[in-house]
Design a binder for this molecule. Structure first.
Ligand SMILES: *Cc1c(COP(=O)(O)O)cnc(C)c1O
Length: 277
């Protein structure tokens, strides 16, 4: 992979100034709302950019906050975006993982900062192989592990991926002991959106409580401090209550970027007319 290439493509990319203003002001609003509930703890914001064009990502990355953390759900889309955008961006893969696609995901994207949706030891193994293969080719990544979150199905909904709460410790242990090129960063949940909407102000969301309890139990079983394991929970609708329940990382999409298009209508790159930069 030619590392000079994405940079030159970036320079050609035009950003609509009024769109950039809107996006950066949305980002500022989220950051201050986060701050007002986080009681001095630092909480990471992952801007979920799935189905949104690379111009939007660049507008935030080159904006006043120099935002670094972006989340994507679809593997092909992430790969294409990573080739067009600067290497300092820290990509989070937060979508459903297929076991046979895990190795290429970890191998092809050097600035993949973490994978948040690990729910089987087979997937962990394939990510491990992919990261090892990447390091073979790009020696500057030697000693830098790929972070992973174990996804937990806290809501018990059949269609949601994630391990059962009771199986989280075993998978965490597996990653920690069997995957030297991975780093266990913490636990992630999506939770039931309906439940989030039903939770009244001042009431705690059951999914967030559950993930926190799973984290405490996992830390105990692994013999580590619970602070060593982060909680990735909270999205547009519920990030403030997630932070109040102890979240270390929220994943916010539509409140920053607006409603997402249907997958078939999504465009990788927005053409912006000349003279608008
Ligand atoms: C899409 C998505 C988000 C962001 O959702 P919004 O409601 O748009 O903030 C967060 N986490 C995961 C896993 C997602 O798939």
């Amino acid at each position: 992979m030619n590392s000079a290439e994405p940079q030159s493509k970036t320079l050609e990319m035009r950003i609509d100034p009024s769109r950039a203003t809107t996006l950066n002001s949305n980002l500022s609003t989220i950051l201050s709302r986060m701050q007002s509930v986080s009681a001095q703890r630092s909480v990471r914001l992952v801007a979920v950019s799935k189905l949104k064009p690379v111009n939007d990502i660049l507008a935030l990355h080159h904006g006043p906050h120099n935002h670094l953390h972006f989340g994507e759900n679809y593997q092909q889309e992430l790969l294409q975006k990573s080739l067009l955008l600067p290497r300092e961006i820290r990509w989070h893969f937060i979508g459903a993982l297929q076991t046979n696609k895990c190795k290429p995901l970890a191998e092809q994207i050097p600035n993949l900062w973490c994978v948040e949706s690990v729910d089987t030891s087979k997937k962990a193994d394939q990510l491990e192989k992919g990261r090892a293969a990447l390091i073979e080719k790009e020696k500057e990544y030697e000693g830098i592990p790929l972070r992973v979150f174990v996804q937990v199905n806290t809501s018990g909904e059949e269609e949601k991926s994630g391990v059962e709460p009771g199986d989280a410790a075993a998978l965490c242990k597996y990653v920690k002991e069997q995957c030297p090129h991975l780093k266990l960063q913490g636990l992630m949940t999506i939770g039931a959106i309906a439940r989030s909407k039903a939770t009244k102000e001042g009431q705690e969301n059951e999914d967030f409580i559950c993930l926190r309890e799973v984290r405490d139990r996992v830390a105990q079983e692994l013999g580590i401090e619970k602070e060593e394991l982060e909680l990735s929970m909270g999205m547009s609708e519920d990030f403030e209550s997630a932070i109040m329940c102890g979240s270390n990382q929220v994943r916010v999409g539509s409140t920053i970027f607006g409603q997402r298009p249907a997958k078939k209508d999504a465009r990788l790159k927005e053409e912006v007319e000349d003279g608008q930069t």
